[in-house]
Design a protein around this ligand. Sequence first.
Ligand code: AHR
Length: 508
Amino acid sequence: MPRAHLTLDPHFTVGRINRRIFGSFIEHLGRCVYDGIYEPGHPTADSNGFREDVIELVRELGVSTIRYPGGNFVSGFRWEDSVGPRSERPTRLDLAWHSTETNEVGIDEFALWLEKTGSEMMYAVNLGTRGVLEALDVLEYANIASGTALSDARVQNGHPKPHAISMWCLGNEMDGPWQLGHTSAEDYGKLASQTAKAMRQLDPSVELVVCGSSSAHMPTFGAWEHTVLEHTYEDVDYISCHAYYEEIDGDTASFLASAVDMDHFIESVVATADAVRAQLGQTKKINISFDEWNVWYIRRYHSEDKITEIDSWPTAPRLLEDNYSVLDAVVFGNLMISLLKHAERVTSASLAQLVNVIAPIMTEPGGDVWRQTTFYPFALTSRLAVGDALELKLSSDTYETTTYGEVPIIDAVATHDDETGRTAIFLVNRSQRTASEITIDVSHLGTVSLLETHTLADDDIYATNTLVDQTRVTPSPNESASITDGVLMITLPAVSWTAISLGALPAA
Ligand code: AHR
């Protein structure tokens, strides 16, 4: 049986966990908004047309910040189309997803929805087909209290309080040839810098995210970050990272090690940002907004015959509705481990996306809402990972992968909250063949007891939840866990994700 050992010490911290790391993403794409969060005819719809059953699950998921309204969609979007009286809002063709956009939901409705979910809005401006002026306009509409043309328009539209949006993305994936208005690092860097400076003149409190590469596998990765930051270093707070993983040609071993790639990606972008910092003689650090991450079967999406008729521009089509397996959820949980391991510099992240579109929450029009397998690692990590991420001493047996070479069988992260004395440990067993035995030295935590254990695993790693079998896969308590003499022992089934919560026992 493979073995691993790790030592926890609450004094050795990586960094404070920013709650924004548990963010997500809602794009006007497929059924994410329409027939997802918004379905006026649904039996649970509130007076604004939002499904209460979806809101309940979003709250249970524990989502902090939500990025909106895109994604690729934003690069063709005119924000002003989706405010004001609904009857006057234009219908447009969305070129990014070859769909019809009715503009029934816009920034004002989304702000109302967020009040109910208790999440914070992160807004992306269009720097693909628009520029500085339109970014200023939407900022004035959203954040200025009143007394100007656009802030007064918002008040007149029934929203007297400003939306007070802190986090703003300066466009989306501007290096991608698929992006409307995609451009060079040089040109984007200049535009992002001008836009950032102007936005700060209007509202100095904004926190700004500049676009990094749309993936670490772009040919310009690294050089793009360097050039863009040379232009924008003083003007922005974050650079974005985007990464999607999938099982390719049945190579499960490599897929299970996807977080190795995410670790490397984060460390490379941090190194590039810090190199520009040194070059420019700056002192502040640029953090990472990992504002798109997930498992996404993107090859399947590209191979599908999506548009049968060129004249067909459907409204809210079923797009990117991946059905996630146990294997996917284990990889997904491991990606969350990677984000937490880098909590010092990854201070914002968005699971792409939230409802129906590569999502943990699925809906049926007029019917049920249900949880995908990936719902569980997100909800449990968001609830249990509080306080500081800890520096771990982990030694683990290894296995060989085609894509990443030799990698540890076990990956883990731990968090500790000084206020409550609670510690959480998140682990994955990447072995496909056998269970693994882990010993964890918890003696530096004082006397602790096991509060909760949750393991997600299944004899069929391709098992999924579906509309007809919504609870086929759920996590179970891990009965093997025990603590003796300051050592926690636990057995992790093959291909599994586990969360453990420990509480300090009061001194006798
Ligand atoms: O999340 C789906 C799409 O992936 C987003 O619209 C885009 O930014 C990325 O390429």
